[in-house]
Each structure stands twice: as C-alpha cells, then as structure tokens.
Design a protein around this ligand. Structure first.
Ligand SMILES: [Zn+2]
Length: 826
C-alpha cells in the first residue's frame, strides 16, 4: 500500500485528526456562484439555437459563464488544458461567449488527449494498488495510477500530488515516467498537467495512451520530490455480466420514449407482474405541460406590451384576441371593450386625433379592465413602456405556443394539465425489509437516454425473474423504485417543442424575463432545488437568474418534482441506495458535490469507509457497463462530483446522503467513447441517433450498456442487505517494541470506517475517524515518536461492527481492539 507521511507529535494527535471533518457553515457565506446576470440575451426562438463545442480555461471561467445564464451543463469534461463541453446557444450568444474568452471548437470536435508515449516492449504484470515507499521528506505522492484498455488500446491514468502544488511562483511542475513491465527501466518522461479549481490546487493529472501495461510509475517534481508507485487495473478484472447467461433476456426498449409511453408501460408492468410489481403515485402534481397564452403587441422596445392570459392556453387562453384600435376622433380617453374572448383596447387620442397611449398605460388598462381575461400585461423586459403603441392591423390571437411542434416530434397530442408521476416498484418483498434502491431518471428533460436505460433495467427484472437465477436473487433481495422520468412536463416540451429543454415547466420569471421570446429559458433546474449545500446557502453552481440553465428556484424544494423525492425517501425508509441518472458525460459521482467558491469549502466528505464503499461499488457497476461494448468510464470521471467536475449547489445526491444516509450516486450515461479509427475519444450527445453507429454514439447501445450497470447496482444493494459479516482491521505494523519512531496506518478487510483513540479512553462513535491523507487518497499515516496505545473499532458500510463491539453503551467487555506501539527511550 502506498502511504503518505504526516509528522505528528503524538501529544497533538487527537486534536489534529479530530478536525478532519470540515463542517461547512452556510450562514453568511458569500453567494459568489449564484449572482444573477441581468440583461443577458436568451435564445429568441427554437430554430436559431444550436449546439457548439467549447473549451474554457478553467473553473473560474465556467462559473462566470454559468452565472451569466449560459446553458452548458453536461458533457462537460476536464481536459489537460481546461474544460470542454457543449453549449446550447444562439449566434448572438456565440459572440458573447467568445468575448468572455471561451474558445469554440466547432460543431463536431473530438476529444483528443495529446500526450502519448510508446510503452515499448515488456510484459504486463498484475499488481495491487499504487505504492509509495516511506520517505518523511516526500513532497510528491501518487494518488492513482490506473491502467485500462478499450477496443484494443491501452491507457494509463495518473493522479499525483505535490505538497507544494498551491505555490504560484514558480509553479511546481511534475514529470511522469513509467516502465514497460516488471523489471524494465523508467523512461518516456512527460510533463503532467496541474489541476486548479476555484483557486485551489487539486492535483496533477493526465491520461496517456500506451501500448504496453507499465508495472510502475515514477514522479519527479521540479522542487526535487520523487515518488514511485505500482500501477493498478481499472475495470480490467470484471466477472462476466448477467447477459453472458444464454437464457438471460435483454434488449427490450427499441426507441426513445416520451413520458406518456414510459408511465403507461410502468403501469402495464405492474398489471402483468402483480406478484413482484406495483405502482406508487407521487403526491405532488407537476405544473403540467401547459402555459399561459401570450403575445407581444404594439411595437418593439418602449412601445411593446407583453400580454399574458389569466387562463392556461388550452383552458381558454388560446381563444383570447387583443386588438389595439385607432379611432379618428380627437381627445378620446383610453378605453377597453370586452366581447366574449375579444379584448379591444381603444387607444387615447390627442387634439389632432393621433393615438397617444403609451405601452405602460395600455398594460395597466389591460390588467384592470379586461374582465379577468388578462392578468399579466407589462412593458417589454426592463423598459418603462414610455413609447406610444401602434394600432394593430386586426385582432391578435394569444397563444401558448405549445401547438407549434418541432420537426421530428412524435405523433399524437400531449395531455395538458398537471401530471401525477408514477413510481414503478419492483421486488418480491415490498414490505420494507429489503434494501430499497431509487432509480431517478430524467430530472433534466433533454436527457432521453437515462429514461430508456431505466426502463430497460425494469424490463430485465420482470422478464428474467422466473428464468434467471441472478435476477431472481435481485428481485427477492431488493425493493426497487423506478422514476422513469422525474420531469414529464419538461420532457414533453423537449420531445414536442424545444429539444434542448433542460428544466421543468414552472415559470417563476418576473416581467423582465416573461415575454414569450424567453419561453425556452424558463423553468427550474430540479437538480439545484434541494436543501443541502444549496445555492440559497451560498454554494456555487446554482443560479438565481430564472432564465439560467441552472436556475435553483425561488426556494429550496420549491418544486413538486423535488418535494416528491423527499416524500418518497421519508415514506420508504428502507431506501438506502439512489442513482440519479443523467446524460451525457460518462461519469459516476458521489459526495462531495458542492462547495462554497471562496476557499473551495465542500460539503462534508464521506468518511473513509463510505468513500471506499463508493469506489468498490463504482468499479462493479462500471465493469458491467464495459462488458457490453468496452465503454470505459475513466477514473478521472469517478468520485466526488465537485472534485472531478464542478460544484452543483442543491443537487439531490447531497440531500439524500447527508439527510438520510442514502448512498446517492449521480450518473452521466453516454459521453466519450474511444474511436480506434481516429485514435481519439468521441463525445456523445443528449439525444444520439437511436440506431447510430453501435460502436460509437448510439442511443440503443448506451441504453443497453448502462442498463448493465444499473442491474449491477441492484446486486450491490442486495449484497449490502445480506451483509452480516463483521469487518476486521489492523494497525500496520502491529503492537510491539520499536527502537525508534515508527509509521503506522490502519488496514481493513473490507470498506469500513475506523474510530480510534490514543488518549486511553474508550473509542465511541464520537471518537476521531480514521481519515484519508487527502481526498482521493488512502488512509493517513501516523508518525509515532513515543509509546502510544491505539484503541479502535471498525464499522462496515452495512453497519456491522468489528467483534460485535457496542460503542454506544459502556460495554463491560470492552470488546474493542487495542495495540501498543512501544518506542525505546533514547
Ligand atoms: Zn442532467
């Protein structure tokens, strides 16, 4: 095992390690990341937006661009020279992005790693984790060194830290060398990329293309630090997938599904398999696929009046007409006539008979004198409405714009009005005794593959329950809750009107953003609407701007869709696992997922045992994804989402993990796949062609491979539920006499958290927790300089405690572990 050094005089040990858990105090924090930008132009209509590939220099630029209201989330990925991603923008916004320093990569830029090295000749040798020899003056540590292959190509991914990484002048550089197999010399020196986020040095990292598996790597910093480490395998040693069983049935979903189809199939499954499936209805209805009817009348700029019906469009709003009438007589007052659904505004005239009513005056008259037909009328955006309105040529019909179908929209009418979301619950024992797994898809409307991936997983459970032994074990030992689309209104808007819709259909916008040209930018980002690490508490990555792609809503849990998730996990307390399924980044996330930008203060990090359990589960899940067609989610894209990508304030995962202790994963399905023909990674999209190239970007292939991963997550949960085996742990090296200072660390038999003392007291759940040296690294090393007794116990992810010790009571047996390190007096 590689270990880093921490010089600690033992007298100070408890205080030092006791402060490892950084609890973040949200109150009074500076909401830097959520500042609203006003006057930001938005997509004018659905025809003029397009998807562009962009590169940003770093997180600071990302924060700035996101705060300005740009819609560029998902598919974002760190690259050696910054962050690449996709933005849904108008031509005008392209100009604004360029002015902010964002680089445009064109419409179909591949994702290329430039650093390559020929691994030379040699034989790959299996090994365990990267290792680092003890050296008290080490200033360089190996964080990860992972080898993986995809489609015949090998890759080495390295993360490394220098203790001087934050230093700005001069910046500390790091050189990486690798061997070409056991016993071969180091060579192929390359410079690593320094990764800085929100002003904080994170680590150095790179992905290298190699033809031969190295056995070891060597890192040298420009200040003289040296570290070597062994190379580990990433997803190379996976057991065969469920699909390897010839009787196992898969490939049920044959195209994209809109919410009506998803919900209808969910209900049908419950009817067809009543012994193992049922529907649970979520209590809070959505806003609905519906809008008020609108028109912009009277001219442009100061002369424009934005008119909005009181009734929803389909409930009469679309039948309303508004006419601005010019009358020939002089000195007439402004008047409003209402006949049925026809509203006639009789414009005021001056002494010469010319119209004199301003936009502000007409808006006021419509609000107060339209017999309740119009309840919102105001000047355009931030204008005062000082211009004289122009008479209309005839009555102007108000519209909710929902009948304007986009090209390629599915057949049929979309039901209007609030939706009730059904949850498809599958399990043989749905009585709360089995671990619950919540699969929540399509919080973001335009992400179509997460819905088909989740439906495919549900189909596999019910179709294979009677015929496949492994599936039967899943159904008998878990209690699965599928929300096949958690944003049905937005999803319908994505299918029928505006393909790039991300948010829900609730419009919280004030008048300045309420004109119909902004309709494609309204709504709340449901994955910014939760309570832990939220933008309302000053965390970065949520916006207060109602037309931003990451608008967090007017308050925490303001939206029915997010209220429903909390209702579900509070009602079904057996839910212990959750996967929030998104696309298309090729990433697997957990906590921490948000930070306060100033100082980069994250939400509390999971204890080492949870972190290890997340990594272990991730490797199982992603191995099964890889088994389908060799798609590799790379280790740089796995971990705490704010560590590897960006801060997303108020995301659902933080709330479920920190409030309810649920292991809450976030998944970005799809994303980059390696293309051997070009030698590059090729990015995915939100709505890849369903029958696209099955080796590259294809909705069908992504659905099948990621359904493999969801099925493995069920097996992780089933194993967790049946885990009644206590963990064991040890101090390494163990108790004994040492002639001088000695370095010790803990090891556990499985992912487990250790609580320990060194002051003679009994260890409890309030004792210091054994922590990582730094995030994404293994446990710390204690430099013991005088005789010390460690007392400890370990707890695994399922809650089993080593030796059945009871840390909550004064256990008379004192059945915890002890080890005394005796240091000879000099
Ligand atoms: Zn998403």
């Amino acid at each position: 095992m590689r270990r880093s050094q921490r010089r600690i005089a033992l007298l100070a040990l408890s205080t030092l390690v006791g402060s490892i858990l950084v609890t973040t105090g949200p109150a009074g924090a500076d909401p830097t990341g959520s500042s609203a930008a006003t006057g930001q132009s938005q997509p004018e209509d659905r025809e003029s937006v397009r998807l562009v590939h962009i590169r940003l220099t770093g997180a600071d630029m990302l924060d700035k661009v996101a705060a300005a209201g740009f819609d560029l989330e998902h598919g974002l990925r760190r690259v050696p020279n910054g962050i690449e991603g996709e933005a849904v923008v108008t031509a005008e916004q392209v100009t604004e992005l360029t002015a902010m320093g964002v680089e445009l990569l064109g419409d179909d830029a591949g994702f290329a790693w430039s650093n390559e090295a020929d691994g030379g000749i040699g034989v790959g040798a299996a090994s365990a984790r990267a290792a680092q020899p003890a050296n008290h003056d080490a200033t360089v540590r190996v964080v990860r060194a992972d080898w993986f292959t995809t489609k015949g190509q090998g890759f080495l991914y390295v993360e490394a830290r220098t203790t001087e990484g934050q230093q700005a002048d001069p910046i500390v550089e790091m050189q990486l060398e690798n061997d070409s197999g056991k016993g071969t010399p180091f060579g192929f020196a390359r410079t690593m990329s320094r990764f800085v986020d929100s002003g904080q040095y994170m680590f150095h990292r790179n992905l290298f293309k190699l033809d031969v598996r190295p056995n070891k790597i060597k890192l040298t910093s420009s200040t003289g630090g040296v570290a070597t480490g062994a190379v580990s395998n990433w997803l190379e040693d996976a057991p065969p997938p469920l699909t390897a069983n010839p009787s196992y049935k898969s490939d049920f979903v044959d195209g994209y599904r809109h919410p009506q189809q998803l919900y209808s199939r969910a209900k049908e499954i419950a009817r067809q398999y009543p012994d193992i499936a049922e529907i649970v209805y979520l209590p809070n209805q959505t806003n609905g696929y519906q809008r008020k009817a609108q028109a912009q009348i009277g001219g442009t700029g100061q002369a424009a009046v934005v008119v909005t019906s009181a009734a929803w469009g389909h409930q009469g709003g679309n039948d309303i007409t508004v006419d601005f009438v010019d009358r020939p007589d002089a000195n007439l007052p402004l008047a409003v006539e209402v006949t049925g659904k026809a509203v006639r505004v009789l414009l005021a005239t001056d002494a010469s008979g010319a119209p004199t009513s301003t936009a502000a005056e007409v808006a006021e008259a419509l609000r107060s004198r339209s017999a309740g037909l119009i309840d919102r009328a105001h000047p355009y955006r931030t204008n005062g409405g000082t211009g004289i309105v122009a008479p209309t040529v005839g009555p102007v019909a108000l519209t909710d714009f929902l009948d304007q179908k986009r090209v390629g929209a599915p057949e049929g009418e979309v039901p209007r009005g609030p939706a009730t979301i059904p949850v498809l619950r599958i399990g043989k024992h749905r009585d709360g005794t089995k671990p619950g797994v919540l699969i929540q898809a399509q919080d973001h409307a335009r992400e179509w593959v997460p819905a088909t991936t989740s439906l495919e997983s549900a189909e596999r459970l019910v179709h294979n329950y009677r015929s496949d032994r492994e599936t039967k074990k899943i159904v008998e030992n878990t209690d699965v809750f599928f929300i096949l689309s958690n944003n049905p209104d937005g999803a319908n808007y994505s299918f029928y009107n505006f393909a790039s819709q991300r948010k829900n259909m609730t419009n919280h916008c004030p008048d300045a953003s309420a004109d119909p040209a902004q309709r494609n930018s309204w709504g709340v980002d449901l994955n910014r609407n939760y309570r832990v690490g939220s933008g309302h508490d000053g965390y970065a990555g949520g916006s207060t701007n109602c037309v931003s792609g990451t608008y967090q809503g007017p308050g925490e849990l303001s939206e029915p869709e997010s209220k429903n998730i909390i209702w579900l996990v509070e009602k079904y307390k057996n839910i212990k696992f959750m996967m929030s399924v998104h696309s298309n980044g090729g990433q697997l996330f957990w906590q921490p997922g948000a930070y306060i930008a100033d100082g980069r203060i994250t939400t509390p990090r999971p204890p080492l045992g949870d972190e290890a359990f997340y990594w272990q589960s991730a490797a199982r899940i992603l191995s099964q994804v890889k088994a389908h067609r060799e798609t590799v989610v790379t280790p740089e894209n796995v971990g705490g989402s704010s560590d590897v990508l960006y801060s997303s304030a108020g995301n659902v995962r933080e709330d479920l993990y920190h409030t309810y202790g649920i292991y809450a994963f976030g998944w970005e399905v799809g994303g980059s796949v390696y293309n051997p023909a070009t030698g590059d990674w090729q990015g995915g999209s939100f709505q890849p062609e369903w029958d696209g190239n099955p080796e590259l970007v294809s909705g069908h292939a992504e659905t099948m491979e990621y359904a493999n991963g969801i099925m493995e997550m069920f097996r992780v949960a089933a194993d967790w539920g049946r885990d009644n085996k206590n963990p064991t742990s040890q101090l390494v090296p163990g108790a004994g006499r040492y002639s001088g200072p000695v370095d010790v660390h803990f090891e556990t038999s499985e992912p487990a958290t250790i609580y320990y003392t060194t002051d003679g007291s009994r260890p409890t759940l309030e004792s210091p927790r054994y922590a990582a040296t730094e995030f994404r690294e293994p446990g710390q090393v204690f430099h013991v300089t005088e005789t010390t007794t460690f007392r400890w116990f370990s707890v695994d992810s399922a809650g089993n405690i080593e030796k059945n010790y009871d840390p909550t009571k004064n256990d008379k047996r004192n059945n915890y572990r002890t080890a005394t390190i005796r240091i000879a007096k000099r």
